[in-house]
Write a protein that binds this ligand. Sequence first.
Ligand SMILES: [Zn+2]
Length: 293
Amino acid sequence: MRVALVVAAALCATSLQAQTNYDTVQVKSTLVARGVHMLVGAGGNIAVAVGDDAVFIVDDQFAPLTPKIQAAIAALTSKPVRFVVNTHWHFDHTGGNENFGKAGAMIVAHDNVRKRMSTEQFIASLNRREPAAPPAALPVVTFSDGVTFHINGDSIVITHVPPAHTDGDAVIRFTKANIVHMGDVFNNAGLPFVDLSSGGSIHGIIGAAEQVYATTDAQTKIIPGHGALTNRDRLKQYREMLVALRTRMQREVAARRSVDQVLALKITEPYAKDFPGGHERFVRLLHEELSKR
Ligand SMILES: [Zn+2]
């Protein structure tokens, strides 16, 4: 348990969650729009779509929270969870897969989510080895570019974006409800974790932000991987910050500044109020990625 908590802290957007004790976590549910709810507990934000046909959820946090997540869903519908879609492989988003799979849900994710969960992974920036997931936790349906669910009177469009937070990210759009779940491609609580060990790239995060912005409107509700429910104005602010920081880092790398020299410049400080978490990790990974290209 202790190891899990340390890693949860490392992956989660805010340091507040560093003290997470699963026994005291409350899973809170908010109606977003048209049968789609957002559940917040510990780990990645969950979307739950309920309706006449099936219960469909996006991500499932940590295994010890499954009973609380199930109780929160039971307060919305008497139907069982039929589909679980993972936004990416990280265990603060897929930890409940085994439990939900065993309870009868079909787990769906990008090809690379299954690939990474099938073998031991090493996340260099966290110096953390993650063992292969048990077979019951693996996605049973995978896709390369995307897949659409036609349920509950809505079209739920799942689109893989080029390498961003990881190489297996999916953005989920509830078309009629006008909601987009962006997973950790959009961290609304801090700077993004560009997981280079999992094939991530700052260019993909910026590209995905642009793609979602271009295909949404002022009324669209955006569920970020971590942080509060938000909208495209905030996504625009996030994207502009990342473009500015990428440009700045390109300049520092071209000037052959070391990562420690760049850290000393505090280039992310102007954004600390709006996006408080993960600054040092972001600078280190941005420097590493841009130094390679
Ligand atoms: Zn993640």
